[in-house]
Structure formats: C-alpha cells, structure tokens
Design a protein around this ligand. Structure first.
Ligand code: ZN
Length: 154
C-alpha cells in the first residue's frame, strides 16, 4: 500500500469510528431513507433546509465502514451548501468512485479518500449510498414539512 492509500484508509477508519453529524436532527424538514441490500447498509439522511441552503444535516443508520465513513464525509461536505452545489458535488463524487474521470478528485477535498473504491465495483454502492439518499431527501418537498400540500394526481 502506498503512503497515500494508507492516509486515505486512515481517514475512512477515523470517520467510521467517529462519524460526524451522526444522530437524529432536531427540526429536520427533509428526510430520506436509503438501503444497499447487496451489503446490508442502511442510512437515513435528515436535512434542515433554509430556503435553498442545507443549513444542517445529520445521518443515522448502520452498515459497513465504507458506507458509514462516506455518510459522515458527505454530511461534512454539503453542510452550508446550496442544493445545486450539493448535487454538483455528488456528480463529481460519483465520477470519482466509478473511476470515470481521472480528474474527478480535484476540488473534492477529503472525499478523494474514496478514489480507490473504483477498483472494487461491489463497494461503489456502499460509497454512494449516502449521496443517493441525500439526493432523494433534497427532492422530497413534502415529508415532515408541516405545510405539506395535499397533491392529487387524479
Ligand atoms: Zn457496504
């Protein structure tokens, strides 16, 4: 293992042991649930949206070290970001873990620690689960909002 890979590994282990933003979020107004049955990972993402800004974000759940560390690093990366910025970050992160773009790690900060995941296809879902869950939480305009409109499609 190279020094760089060892460093990446230690960041992942650290976030797995001491996940950031872990636990229920009081006052959350968006939430989503994500599951990766291939590995047994399960994550819930709770957001507090202030207009278009993710003013706070927490996660709960359980899963393998990769999924937990990824959720932890994801929450740290998108807190304070706008919805569009968070979605753009997800696109770059996705390209990184799929190994699609050698420059994808640029501007990703600590998220670059997941670059080696692209060599382990079965782990890609573990690393991207929290991001997919974030995306559905961002798209969720009704759940937990106290003024949720009643929509009828009939
Ligand atoms: Zn997993």
């Amino acid at each position: 293992m190279s020094d760089l890979q060892e460093l990446y590994q230690s960041v992942i282990l650290d976030h797995n042991r001491k996940p950031r933003n872990f636990g229920a979020l009081e006052g959350a107004n968006r939430t989503a649930d994500g599951k990766n049955p291939l590995c047994g990972d399960h994550v819930q993402v709770e957001l507090h949206m202030d207009g278009d800004t993710i003013s706070d974000i927490h996660f709960t759940g359980q899963g393998c070290a990769i999924s937990k560390a990824s959720a932890s690093l994801m929450t740290a990366a998108v807190k304070g970001k706008s919805r569009a910025e968070a979605e753009a970050l997800f696109q770059r992160f996705h390209a990184l873990v799929l190994g699609q773009d050698p420059n994808a790690g640029k501007d990703l900060g600590q998220l670059v620690v997941f670059s080696s995941v692209s060599r382990f296809p079965v782990r890609v879902k573990c690393a991207s689960l929290a991001w997919h869950t974030l995306k559905s939480a961002l798209a969720d305009d009704s759940v937990m909002a106290d003024t949720a409109p009643t929509v009828s499609t009939e």
